[in-house]
Design a protein around this ligand. Structure first.
Ligand code: HEM
Ligand SMILES: *[C@@H]1O[C@H](CO)[C@@H](O)[C@H](O)[C@H]1NC(C)=O
Ligand SMILES: *[C@@H]1O[C@H](CO)[C@@H](O)[C@H](O)[C@H]1NC(C)=O
Length: 348
């Protein structure tokens, strides 16, 4: 009995070794613009077609795609680790980290991946697709003002841990010094922290992500806006609320902030420098947004980008490119996944 168990274990081990040897595994090389030009003709247009179609159906998906660039790249580099689902041998992937609350657009990326696999099987990484799709979303939501070429050639990682995501990503309750230290760990400056935070001109957040804001003093949040948020966040519920007050229901704005009704827009989620105006007016959702005003250099940049929207469009584009180049941990191997939510080979 004991013997047969040992034999069985040995067999399993041999099989695992054979499987491992058969897994095409590689280290990512240098990223290049136009990487898929010959490897998968028309790839960037295929991705763009899907993103345009998805945003036409629901513009809110665009914000989710932009956020995914940040949440993938800040954890183990841009390796699509954020896309992996829980599995038998990895029960707690990044997706399950509390800090990843509200992440979305996974289905869209899987749909894009399936189409791309039909045309160019085994060639295009999910990590690259995520950046292309996020770039296209940023461009569409900004009417083309945010635009950049994507250097590609990333590989999909094997590792995805909720603990790691929780440790690496900033929290909405962080104070400015903590945010600065967090971004510095990835070689991002105070200015880049301010630039990238401007992404909060679009999208939404759950009430639980700004619970503290609901009782902050007038020095930190405009009382009328605080009342609006309190109205949107009834006790015992945790709905998502738009980050940008101009995307709010007209009636709600008319009731709480009548001075702002002229700013309410029919088309939501326009990616621009409005975040900086909102921040200076103390009408932003997260404590991590407001806290930028408490740091001299950061505050200077908030004014700078409030004053010049074109400058922000350009600098935000550059910062997203920098974000998209964050590498996997030294020595990490990767693969081209067949499906974005699972690694290719399982040892069971
Ligand atoms: C500076 C530190 C940051 C903190 C603390 C932070 C925190 C958050 C939180 C708490 C949410 C709402 C999640 C929810 O409750 O559902 C959110 C949403 C969002 N964040 Fe950030 N964020 C930061 C930086 C960034 C950066 C660098 C980007 C992208 C460049 C970004 C893009 C977004 C977008 C687009 C949304 C809306 C997502 C959607 O509507 O699906 N954030 N962020
Ligand atoms: C930050 O820069 C240092 C020095 O150039 C480098 O060793 C390190 O790998 C960089 N970190 C990241 C996350 O890129
Ligand atoms: C705003 O920034 C753009 C882009 O850098 C620059 O060309 C322009 O001169 C700036 N405008 C003002 C008013 O400073």
């Amino acid at each position: 009995m004991k013997l047969s168990a040992a034999v069985l274990l040995a067999l399993v081990a041999v099989q695992a070794a054979v499987l491992l040897a058969a897994v095409p595994s590689a280290q990512a090389g240098e990223l290049k613009v136009g990487y898929y030009g010959k490897k998968c003709k028309g790839l960037e247009n295929i991705v763009k077609w899907h993103v345009i179609k998805a945003l036409k159906a629901n513009r809110r998906v665009g914000a989710a795609l932009v956020r995914l660039i940040f949440h993938d790249c800040f954890v183990r580099g841009c390796d699509a680790s954020v896309l992996l689902d829980a599995s038998y041998d990895n029960p707690h992937p990044e997706k399950e980290a509390p800090v990843n609350i509200g992440l979305a657009a996974f289905d869209l990326l899987e749909e894009i991946k399936a189409d791309v696999e039909k045309r160019c099987p085994g060639v295009v990484s999910c990590a690259d697709l995520l950046i292309y799709a996020g770039r296209d979303a940023a461009s569409l939501l900004s009417n083309g003002h945010v635009h950049f070429d994507v250097p590609a050639g990333r590989l999909d990682g094997y590792v995805s841990k909720a603990d790691e995501a929780q440790a690496e990503l900033p929290d909405s309750t962080d104070d400015v010094q903590k945010l600065i230290a967090n971004f510095a760990r990835k070689n991002f400056t105070v200015e880049e922290l301010v630039i990238l935070s401007g992404a909060h001109s679009i999208g939404q957040g759950h009430c639980s992500s700004f619970t503290g804001r609901l009782s902050e003093p007038p020095t930190q949040i405009t009382p009328a806006y605080r009342d609006l948020l309190n109205y949107k966040c009834p006790k015992g519920y945790n709905p998502a609320v738009v980050n940008n007050v101009r995307d709010e229901d007209y009636g709600v704005v008319a009731r709480y902030m009548p001075g702002f009704t002229s700013r309410v827009r029919k088309v939501p989620d326009f990616l621009d420098n409005s975040y900086y105006h909102n921040n200076l007016a103390k009408i932003v959702t997260f404590h991590s947004d407001w806290t930028l005003l408490t740091h001299k250099e950061a505050l200077g940049h908030v004014h700078e980008y409030a004053d010049n929207g074109t400058l922000w469009d350009e600098d935000f584009s550059d910062s997203l490119v920098k974000l998209s180049k964050l590498p996997m941990p030294a020595g990490s191997k990767g693969e081209i996944r067949k499906k974005c939510s699972v690694i290719n080979h399982r040892l069971y």
